[in-house]
Design a protein around this ligand. Structure first.
Ligand SMILES: C[S@@+](CC[C@H](N)C(=O)[O-])C[C@H]1O[C@@H](n2cnc3c(N)ncnc32)[C@H](O)[C@@H]1O
Length: 231
């Protein structure tokens, strides 16, 4: 599909071709460490979904290769939709996940999270895991949050990297070392200060219900549960 040149473009989005999709799927099953991360991340998002009121329709955006489809399918009556900018990632998930899980998908869509093309209030909850920490510009994060707020009738779950923990401190040191070595700071993935992100949430017209941390004060990954005000 041809990309809309009016939408923000991030270079990292271009890397998810069929080869990378296969590697992405395999990487998350490879080591004990990677499997622990997925296990804990899954528990974090499961808890966020309970905080969101166990929504019966969920859009997983970006779904990647479907790391969270089995967990989303734990609610037997839930309708699950999956979307991603990369058709290769969706296809790899459909190919590799068990049929009992993929058969629970009510629809898949190749689209940008900045403009999905999906109807207003399409689902009760938009669940966005591991995308926001790639979005460098504040105005782009607000644009994305507004799109999630439009597509959801009730809640939005967003994971990102936040400050105020050991992981963020280590990341800042790494960036500092890169700068002193004359390398440009990595903008591929970034820590977003909590206070700033919470202002962006308000700017997008969303309200904070709560959050779940991956490992409180240790790790930088956090899931925010946001509410779409009733109109
Ligand atoms: C790090 S992966 C995360 C996938 C999945 N949520 C997970 O945690 O396994 C990032 C995903 O974002 C997708 N992506 C990148 N830019 C995007 C955009 N502008 N809109 C929607 N998806 C995007 C990529 O294709 C990729 O599948």
């Amino acid at each position: 599909m041809k990309e809309d040149s009016r939408l923000p473009h991030y270079e990292f989005s271009d890397k998810y071709d069929p080869k990378h999709a296969k590697q992405y799927f395999e990487k998350h099953h490879a080591s004990l460490g990677d499997r622990f991360i997925t296990w804990r991340e899954t528990a974090m998002v499961r808890e966020a979904l309970v905080m969101a009121g166990r929504p019966s329709t969920v859009l997983d955006l970006p779904c990647g290769t479907g790391r969270f489809w089995a967990m989303l399918a734990e609610e037997p009556n839930r309708r699950i939709y999956a979307a991603d900018n990369s058709q290769a990632m969706i296809d790899e998930g459909l190919r590799m996940r068990p049929p009992a899980v993929t058969s629970r998908l009510a629809g898949t869509y190749q689209c940008s999270a900045f403009a999905t093309g999906l109807p207003d209030k399409f689902v009760q909850c938009v669940c966005s895991i591991r995308l926001m920490h790639h979005i460098e510009k504040s105005e782009d994060r607000i644009l994305m949050l507004k799109e999630f707020a439009r597509v959801s009738a009730d809640t939005v779950i967003v994971t990102l990297w936040v400050d105020g923990n050991l992981g963020a401190w280590q990341r800042a040191r790494l960036e500092e070392r890169r700068r002193s070595a004359g390398k440009t700071a990595s903008v591929n993935r970034l820590v977003i200060p909590r206070a700033q992100f919470e202002r962006e949430v308000a700017a997008a017209g969303l309200q904070i219900v709560g959050h779940v941390d991956f490992l409180k004060r240790i790790d930088k990954k956090r899931a925010y549960v946001l509410r779409v005000p009733r109109s």
